[in-house]
Ligand binder design. Structure first.
Ligand SMILES: Cc1cc2nc3c(=O)[nH]c(=O)nc-3n(C[C@H](O)[C@H](O)[C@H](O)COP(=O)(O)O)c2cc1C
Length: 184
């Protein structure tokens, strides 16, 4: 798969088939992530992940900070919704420093976003789907503490990974001429 093909064919996968993803595969994906451009080689990211059996413990941690819509569910409904939510084989939380300086903070978020895209593309090439999610609980103090996120750090993404049976159709994008103007 060449780069352009990976960029264009990658889709956010929201329905996984439950097939296991290994720690070795996740390490390979993260390795690809680390080659993202980042100012001053600050490498402004760290990742907290769960794979395989530890996904169950992650699910428990998430249950503790369940969002309101989940809180209204019966125990059975909640278990079923969360199991579906955790159907992916692996999950990575991407943690970035919140630099007090605005420019550096913007650069670090940008670099970590590039890292995430690298990981999504590398996974795609391996046949593994992913989705960048920002559920409300990523800012929950209890959840942050469970993950060991320190003051001055922020979780910017819950990145889910897993195998899938079907990729969704792409949503069309604006053509380049609509968003690009050349300075004359
Ligand atoms: C910063 C960011 C946050 C996102 N948060 C969510 C989310 O919370 N839930 C979700 O289903 N998808 C989320 N997505 C994925 C987008 O919905 C997805 O990228 C978009 O629909 C385009 O689809 P594609 O990635 O297949 O091209 C997020 C994507 C980005 C970049």
């Amino acid at each position: 798969m060449n780069v352009r093909e990976a960029i264009e064919t990658r889709r956010s996968i929201k329905k996984f088939n439950g097939q296991a993803v290994s720690k070795e595969q996740m390490k390979e994906i993260v390795e690809a992530g680390t080659w993202a451009p980042n100012h001053g080689t600050r490498e402004p990211w760290r990742l907290v992940g769960a794979v395989g059996e530890s996904m169950d413990r992650m699910l428990e941690a998430i249950k503790e900070v369940a969002v309101p819509k989940w809180r209204d569910m019966s125990e059975d409904e909640l278990n079923s919704a969360l199991t579906k939510f955790m159907q992916p084989g692996a999950v990575l939380f991407i943690v970035v420093p919140e630099d007090a300086r605005q420019k550096e903070r913007m650069e670090d978020f940008g670099a970590a976003s590039a890292m995430i895209q690298n990981m999504q593309l590398a996974a795609w090439e391996m046949g593994i789907g992913s989705c960048w999610k920002t559920p409300p609980f990523i800012d929950n103090p209890k959840f942050r503490s469970t993950l060991g996120v320190k003051p001055g750090e922020r979780i910017i993404s819950m990145l889910q990974f897993g195998y899938f049976d079907e990729a969704p159709k792409a949503k069309p994008r604006k053509p380049a001429e609509d968003i690009l103007e050349f300075f004359e």
